[in-house]
Write a protein that binds this ligand. Structure first.
Ligand code: ZN
Length: 234
């Protein structure tokens, strides 16, 4: 009798062990499955993020110039011939958060408002987009005494200190490199509005001479590497 009980106990113990083993195997399989699934999900997320980034890159507005020429009028597009381009003048809008199109439309609106005489050949936006307002063969009203022999570029900014976003900076470098190439200029022919009149414009480049120096060096690098992928038709 006691031997029978002992055998039954042993059998029960054995069965328990089997059940535990089976449960352990199931748990292990579940863990492995979860880990594999997690990895796959992470990979899928990474792939999706990469695809989105690539899509963003290919849609980079800095790769093309949006030509939105102003209506000829004496306040912002006087149609005065620009005989020879001898330099490029960089400006900042001094209007934090305003977009390239808003600045372009402000120039356009001067034909009706008659508030002042102002314009710029190009406006570089907060996302690096480039809008052309005046053909390169015409004078813009941006750089005082140098209107007659320079192209002008207005740059948008969020910061009160006038610092440009990376996208704005990058597009500005490319645009300047392209214009240097197109009109036979070098990085030394790029100047600040400050260099013409002493005005604190573009503020960040005036207050940080080292950053201005590095900007010109970046233009030289872009010029050497033909890194622009831009074209101007007017
Ligand atoms: Zn200026």
């Amino acid at each position: 009798m006691s031997r029978l009980v002992s055998r039954r106990k042993k059998k029960k113990k054995k069965n328990n062990r089997r059940i535990i083993a089976v449960i352990a195997v199931i748990v292990l399989i579940i863990i492995v499955a979860l880990v594999v699934h997690g990895c796959q999900e992470k990979k899928a997320q990474e792939a999706a993020a990469k695809a989105a980034e690539e899509q963003y890159d290919s849609a980079d507005a800095s790769d093309s110039i949006d030509v939105e020429l102003l209506t000829p009028n004496k306040y912002s597009r006087p149609e005065i011939k620009l005989e020879k381009v001898k330099g490029i003048v960089v400006h900042y809008t001094a209007n934090p958060g305003s977009t390239a199109m808003e600045n372009r439309n402000y120039f356009e609106g001067l034909k009706d408002s008659h508030k002042t005489f102002a314009s710029s050949h190009f406006v570089v936006g907060l996302d690096g987009e480039i809008i052309q307002c005046i053909p390169t063969k015409e004078v813009a009203y941006a750089s005082n005494d140098r209107n007659s022999d320079t192209l002008s570029i207005e740059c948008c900014h969020y910061a009160e200190n006038g610092k440009f976003t990376e996208k704005t900076y990058s597009s500005l470098v490319k645009l300047c490199a392209y214009l240097c190439h197109r009109f036979g200029l070098t990085q030394d022919d790029i100047i600040r509005h400050y260099d013409v009149t002493g005005k604190n414009c573009p503020k960040y480049f005036v207050e940080h001479p080292k950053v201005w120096k590095r900007f010109r060096a970046d233009v030289k690098t872009a010029l050497d590497n033909k890194d622009w992928n831009l074209d101007i038709i007017s």
